[in-house]
Design a protein around this ligand. Structure first.
Ligand code: UDX
Length: 469
């Protein structure tokens, strides 16, 4: 057990227990939710954490939280999620971790309950670790399931068994795959195509099916599903979830606009890019970042570098140290820096939310992780979409076809196509229309977190629900 960063760890107050996966895209929304519950409901919070490899800089631990590491001595637990980092068998790794942590979590939860009588107020969740939920159920702790991805993704997961039943999934093996069939829109899930349902190239169909079944079970067996989205963005999918899972649904997002904003970045942010942005013209800069897990091969880095230079647009590009496949070094091409003539900046990790709300940023080239997609929407920034795995294809599809605030960059990355895409987003009539629609959505995202707005109301309902446990 580790104390939080402050003296007050909330003993004696109603306690909420949270268990995020040790990835940025999970830790961020989970701690933002915890933060919102703390400030609206006055709850104390315990954060359970899986052990992480020593190389990870997890975690800045904000004051007022109690942190408990689960399974520190368990062989394999720290390593369980590593090979999946770049889009490997995440589903399989998740299930292994789920099994490994079950017994240690039971010990930790028992201790937590013994230490603090009021700890019996859930939620325990993420809904990724069904095993933890089963432990909580056994010990009489009510659970709520936080889905850190969009409602569109959960609806796709819900349709997975039906598509399997109809023989649409799994698709034929890659050798026998008909591209036309992969590109066809699914009648059950418009505007998604069969290829948008290919969540991982390395997970077997059987593992994926089991993983999704457990994930859906954890939502069905919970006292409610919490989503980091808002009604005006995903109303019809939220309805489908409420009807299909038959549990209350709380759309409480965008959480980063609700949370009072504890710093919870897993990597050190390079703040100097904000000063650089201050010197750029309004809406002139393209921000390029592919989140915390997606990767590129050296050739893609090269093509991206020259595509950015050739577009002659100011850019801010995030290249994480472990982002280049097969290399720890970031191999930017010779002559690249001189060619940018000071109009580009490369950082290893940016303060993304501040970047996206900066007036100099006019477009975002993204992998469409849910957090990045939502953050871009909330600041009215249109997108070039380059999804790689998991829910990213679904999010990209919604950006292009439903919200019409961006477009997908498909096919092998090549500098000419990058330059054309950048011009389309930043300089064309079509790009301006996307920007305008993104700004309209920004207004809705702002209204929903104000007093009486849908997400603010959902947080209050959630607080009441937890108080009733
Ligand atoms: C993972 C999965 O890849 C994604 O499909 C799923 O939706 C969530 O989990 P991740 O790669 O972490 O996502 O991307 P994303 O969800 O976009 O989250 C990245 C977070 O890191 C964002 O909150 C973003 O603001 C932050 N970030 C990213 C930074 O703070 N600085 C950066 O330089 C880049």
């Amino acid at each position: 057990r580790h104390a939080g960063g402050g003296d007050d760890d909330g003993r004696g107050r109603r306690r909420v227990l949270v268990f995020p996966l040790p990835f940025q895209g999970h830790v961020t929304p989970m701690l933002q939710l915890a933060d919102a519950l703390r400030s609206r409901g006055g709850f104390a919070v315990t954060v359970f954490l899986a052990p992480v490899p020593s190389s990870s800089s997890l975690l800045h631990r904000p004051a007022g939280y109690r942190f408990v590491t689960v399974g520190a001595g368990v062989a394999g637990a720290a390593a369980a999620l590593i090979p999946s980092g770049t889009g490997g068998d995440f589903a399989g790794a998740l299930m292994r971790l789920d099994a490994l942590l079950r017994a240690p979590f039971e010990d930790c939860l028992r201790q937590e309950l013994a230490a603090d009588e009021d700890a019996a107020a859930g939620p325990v969740g993420g809904s990724n670790l069904r095993g933890m939920q089963e432990v909580a159920e056994r010990l009489g702790v009510a659970t709520l399931a936080l889905r850190t991805r969009g409602a569109c993704c959960l609806v796709a997961y819900m349709a997975f068994p039906e598509l399997c039943g109809k023989g649409i999934l799994p698709p034929p093996t890659s050798a026998r795959r008909d591209q036309h069939q992969m590109d066809m829109q699914l009648d059950e899930l418009p505007p998604l195509r069969l290829r948008d349902m290919m969540f991982s190239a390395t997970t077997t169909h059987a593992t994926m099916a089991t993983c999704l079944e457990r994930l859906l079970d954890s939502s069905r067996c919970s006292s409610g599903v919490i989503l980091n989205t808002f009604n005006d963005l995903e109303n019809s999918d939220l309805q489908k979830i409420a009807n299909g899972l038959n549990v209350p649904v709380y759309a409480v997002g965008p959480l980063h606009k609700i949370s009072i904003g504890e710093h919870n970045s897993l990597l050190t942010q390079d703040l100097s890019c904000l000063e650089w942005l201050d010197k750029q013209e309004a809406e002139s800069v393209i921000y390029v970042s592919f989140g915390s897990l997606a990767s590129m091969d050296p050739e893609e880095i090269l093509e991206t570098a020259w595509g950015l230079v050739d577009s002659q647009m100011p850019f801010l590009w995030v290249i994480r140290p472990n982002m280049v496949q097969g290399s720890l070094q970031v191999g930017l091409p010779d002559g690249f820096e001189e060619a940018t003539r000071g109009s580009g900046m490369v950082v290893s990790w940016a303060p993304q939310q501040d970047v996206l709300k900066h007036q100099a940023v006019g477009g975002f080239w993204t992998h469409n992780g849910w957090n990045s997609t939502l953050e871009s929407i909330c600041d009215g920034v249109p997108m070039i979409c380059r999804p790689q795995f998991a829910d990213q294809m679904i999010n990209a599809r919604y950006v292009e076809e439903v919200w019409k605030i961006g477009f997908e960059l498909e096919g092998k990355l090549e500098r000419g196509m990058i330059e054309r895409a950048l011009r389309k987003l930043m300089c064309s009539e079509g790009g301006n229309e996307m920007r305008q629609r993104a700004k309209d959505l920004k207004k809705k995202a702002t209204t929903c977190v104000e007093k009486g707005g849908s997400s603010k109301t959902a947080i209050d309902m959630l607080v009441n629900r937890i108080m009733s446990f």
